[in-house]
Ligand binder design. Structure first.
Ligand code: R5P
Length: 294
């Protein structure tokens, strides 16, 4: 197996290759003046199973196209199998039709990637695992939550309260709790499907005087974490942190979250930024090693 270093995740691809002891395939990438992407594989992939490491965080559309071009280039140059390793899978939140007239964006993306040459996919903390069942190839999701929780153990926050900002994320809080060894719970979140506005409530939580870490899969505008932090402040939490797998941090999300009393935002290199304090490389390397020997 070889690792193709997708331009959106070059550093993560290199770290993963080192840990998994795999050869890398460098990629030449440029953007034409009109915005189109150009890619070229710089070494041979003839008869190789290749893993393309390429996240699809904003700007999602161009990164998805680059991934498709890389898969096509790999197949045209003789790769025997293409596994797409996509830490943040763009469009995964549109995994069903919520309102009449909509499509299912994530299924369109999966079919496009399959047509381009992708034979299998590995992602990390996809919003809803059920979406993968409709993919036209084997696809699985890994969880980076234990790694994020371990960061807080190292920081001295053992026994912190693991909080999910909504019921759907309770499995995330439970995975964190297994590492932290404290309590876990969730808030309730309601979303207006037309305006996108959300509201949260929190009942029966024992957070008074506690260090609380709000765990989520994605932080986008920061609204969910700000809302959760406000409830935690009202309920007397002593210290508040937040951790997410995919720190999109759109606009002034970071400032809003810190202004709401959160001490630190911790993310992974699924979406590379200054809050990416936890690397996904060990998680992905382990999954690729298992594929190689399986
Ligand atoms: C949605 O249910 C997700 O798990 C996240 O809670 C959501 O995407 C975060 O978005 P925002 O940061 O814009 O509130």
């Amino acid at each position: 197996m070889k690792i193709i270093l997708g331009p959106a995740s070059k550093e993560l691809g290199e770290k993963t290759a080192k840990l998994a002891n795999l050869e890398t395939v460098p990629v030449v990438h440029k953007t034409f003046p009109d915005g189109e992407s150009y890619i070229r594989l710089e070494s041979t992939v003839q008869n190789d199973h290749v893993a393309i490491v390429q996240t699809t965080s904003p700007p999602q559309d161009s990164k998805i196209m680059q991934l498709a071009f890389l898969a096509d280039a790999a197949k045209r140059n003789g790769a025997s199998k293409v596994t797409a390793v996509v830490p943040y899978l763009g469009y995964a939140r549109q995994d069903k039709t919520f309102l009449q007239g909509e499509g299912i964006s994530i299924e369109t993306v999966a079919r496009m990637l399959n047509a381009a040459g992708v034979d299998a996919l590995v992602t990390v903390n996809i919003h809803a695992e059920n979406a993968l069942k409709k993919f036209p190839f084997p696809a699985k999701t890994l969880s980076a939550i234990p790694l994020l929780a371990e960061y807080f153990v190292q920081k001295g926050c053992k026994k912190a309260f693991a909080l999910a900002p909504d019921k759907g994320a309770m499995y995330i809080a439970e995975q964190a709790q297994a590492v932290l060894g404290g309590e876990a719970g969730h808030l309730d979140k309601q979303r207006d499907r037309h305006t996108g506005q959300t509201s949260q409530t929190g009942k029966g939580l024992n957070v008074k005087g506690q260090t609380v870490i709000i765990f989520d899969d994605i932080i986008s505008t920061g609204g969910t974490i700000v809302g959760a932090a406000e409830i935690l402040q009202e309920q007397g939490a002593a210290r508040i942190f937040t951790a997410c797998v995919h720190p999109l941090l759109i606009g002034d999300a970071e400032k809003r979250i810190l202004d709401a009393g959160v001490e630190e935002i911790v993310g992974t290199d699924s979406v590379p930024s200054h809050v990416s304090k936890v690397s996904l490389a060990p998680l992905i390397a382990k999954a690729l090693k298992a594929q190689k020997s399986g």
